[in-house]
Unconditional design. Structure first.
Length: 673
């Protein structure tokens, strides 16, 4: 055993049961079946080792003695298997010392994602050409990707250190960001190693060859090495990494069942694993160990795309709501210790350490049905845009041959599917019964029919919510399509749309429009009663901040909507320190301790317990600065459209709101004494 101490709380956390009493402790599994019992000796319970038929399930307490090679292969983002075996043999990292020696069947995901033509060249002999880190770095830009990532990016910049083979990747939206990324890399590595970059090798792309970049390198005395025209193999280290990385990304997407728009998340995960793998030039050391001097641990590695249980903080749930929500693991935290998890319900990626990853369950199949995964290869991640290799004249000629797309002649319909309480959208071209259910299908249709493809004209987000009234109206006629298509569309159209509107315009399209309007009018009437503001002409040379509506729904015990709430929040990030606000500090307390002390005083002194709730507390705080606010969205005063509000009281979102309310409350309470 690698651990000689077992925590009783950890036994309880993983779902087992414990019985105490009479100098004895009995352990049962989650099905309340007997596992083992131990006797008390002094103040400890001694566990004597003997074989049991139950597999240990204690995370970070009982470790699997023999890790399966195919399992570790998936954790390492599908890097080649001999490399993993070599790392285990050489003890290059911590966490795979007990790797099983069983043979591994061919990984289907790797065969599909990494297939190549047979090579007729002789084996290449690797040799080092540098003596220390940063003697030479290799840079290359990959893109554009045919699919925009979930962060809105289409390129990535890879920078490889020649000596250690450590890789840094920057996901960017356009080529003009390359220079800024290089300056960030320069500042980071020089601070980490206390050394200077001596040489940079890249191709002749304009993102590397413009005057500002060259002057910057010359000023820092960094030697520039360029490849010859049409000879990318001279920058082979960076080019090869890009190919290896995208092979891994394809394998990870195919294995996980995630959409191609997750390519950036998969890439960052692959780089994280790649930097902790041996290289032929560095064996038995890894790039991270050469770079930092410390042997890395891979015990935190988890399979990309696994089902994740994300803990919900107390402040974001009540006592009857679940304590965790489901997500899909999409990588490791970039700046903190933890994991990156995609939450389909909220359509966003979060970073958290409070998560349990179930590697035995695939996230996509667990959340969207146990069907076969959608066809990931609908996009080729190594391809470029249709017109990428055409010059301007040829592109213009080709576009002239395409017929224009008139969206007014197309039919747009919304429908629901069997077993799915979700609204979907499809378009029908004029004089055709073809149903196009995604932008990809529209693009293919336009290409086949020689029409211009204008994606901005298509909206595949349903404007209406699902209703039980129309549940059976169109299900029978719209239920065609395979299960894999259903999973693909479920992901693409935000399967679990939130019922809360994000903007004022969303409330006007909502079926609960009247309830939201009433909530907003109630909020404005309260501000009028409290004399929060007055309408004035906009002053010159003064910051005028905007505002937005934040919506919420209170539910009753049966989780039915109880009250619709709307709060006007100022966009305080536009305030300028020293001009629009001064001191912002306000004390905070631990409410658990306050409640405890209050209960003690009530009990000891015989007080009558009374609890008060101040509604819209910040609206009582008085402002010392002059703050101007644009009129709230949807409630512009007629014949006074150009005027703005001068705030007399604090508003949610302002930097000084908390302090203003604290000062007001402090003054009132002291006057009561």
């Amino acid at each position: 055993m690698r651990r000689n101490l077992i925590c009783g709380a950890q036994i309880d956390i993983v779902g087992n049961y414990i019985e105490w009493g009479r100098d004895k402790m009995i352990i049962y599994n989650s099905r309340k079946e007997y596992m083992f019992s131990v006797n008390r000796v002094d103040k400890l319970y001694i566990v004597y080792g003997y074989p049991t038929k139950y597999e240990a399930k204690f995370k970070e307490v009982a470790l699997i003695s023999n890790l399966k090679l195919d399992f570790v292969h998936r954790r390492f983002c599908h890097v080649n298997i001999p490399l993993i075996q070599s790392m285990s043999k050489n003890n290059s990292v911590k966490g795979i010392e007990h790797l099983s020696k069983s043979k591994v069947e061919n990984c289907v995901n790797c065969k599909i994602a990494k297939s190549t033509r047979s090579s007729l060249k002789k084996n290449y002999t690797y040799r080092r050409t540098t003596q220390r880190c940063l003697d030479r770095i290799h840079c290359d830009l990959w893109g554009p990707a045919p699919v925009t990532s979930i962060g809105g990016n289409r390129y990535f910049l890879s920078i490889i250190d020649d000596y250690s083979r450590k890789v840094d990747v920057y996901i960017i939206k356009s080529k003009d960001q390359v220079f800024d990324c290089f300056k960030k890399y320069l500042a980071k590595v020089e601070r980490e190693l206390n050394s200077k970059i001596k040489c940079m090798r890249s191709d002749n792309g304009l993102e590397f060859c413009h005057k500002e970049f060259e002057n910057f390198l010359t000023k820092l005395e960094i030697k520039m090495e360029r490849t010859s025209l049409y000879t990318p193999e001279q920058n082979g280290i960076a080019e090869k990494f890009n190919r290896t990385a995208m092979d891994g990304v394809r394998a990870m997407l195919h294995d996980s069942g995630l959409q191609p728009k997750f390519w950036a998340e998969a890439l960052l995960t692959f780089v994280h694993a790649k930097n902790r793998c041996e290289h032929k030039l560095t064996s038995p050391l890894t790039p991270i160990e050469i770079w930092s001097g410390f042997k890395p641990s891979v015990r935190h590695f988890r399979i990309f795309g696994s089902l994740a249980y994300v803990h919900i903080p107390k402040i974001k749930r009540n006592k009857l709501q679940p304590r965790a929500k489901l997500g899909i693991l999409v990588g490791y935290s970039l700046r903190t210790k933890g994991y990156r998890v995609f939450l389909p319900n909220e359509n966003k990626v979060i970073e958290t350490i409070h998560v349990y990853v179930d590697e035995s369950e695939n996230g996509v199949r667990s959340l969207f049905g146990k069907n076969k995964q959608y066809e990931y290869a609908k996009f080729n991640l190594n391809s470029v845009n249709e017109f990428e290799d055409l010059d301007d004249s040829n592109r213009t000629k080709l576009l002239d041959k395409l017929s224009p797309l008139d969206i007014e002649d197309w039919t747009r319909k919304e429908y629901t599917k069997t077993r799915s309480k979700q609204m979907y959208v499809y378009y029908c071209p004029p004089s055709s019964k073809t149903k196009l259910k995604s932008l990809n299908e529209v693009r293919k249709y336009c290409k086949e029919n020689k029409m211009t493809f204008e994606p901005e004209k298509f909206n595949f987000k349903a404007a209406t919510k699902y209703s039980d009234k129309n549940k059976n109206s169109e299900n029978d006629s719209r239920s065609e399509g395979s299960n894999s298509d259903e999973i693909y569309e479920t992901l693409e159209y935000e399967c679990y749309n939130s019922e809360l509107p994000k903007t004022f315009e969303d409330t006007q399209r909502s079926k609960d429009k009247e309830k939201w309007d009433f909530a907003m009018r109630e909020e404005l009437n309260m501000m009028k009663t409290r004399k929060v503001w007055e309408l004035v002409d906009p002053p010159a040379n003064k910051t005028i901040i905007g505002s937005k509506w934040v919506y919420n729904i209170k539910h009753d015990e049966e989780n039915k909507p109880k009250k619709y709430k709307a709060r006007l929040v100022a966009l305080g990030f536009k305030q300028k320190a020293g001009i629009d606000y001064g001191e912002t500090f306000s004390p905070v307390v631990n409410f658990s301790i306050v409640k405890l002390m209050f209960i003690v005083l009530v009990s000891l002194l015989g007080w009558n317990r009374v609890q008060l709730d101040v509604k819209s507390t910040y609206l009582y705080g008085k402002l010392n600065e002059k703050v101007y606010l644009k009129q709230p969205p949807g409630f512009i005063v007629k014949d006074a459209e150009s005027k703005v509000y001068l705030l007399h009281k604090a508003l949610y979102g302002l930097h000084q709101s908390g302090r203003s309310w604290n000062c007001e409350l402090d003054h009132i309470l002291k006057n009561l004494v």
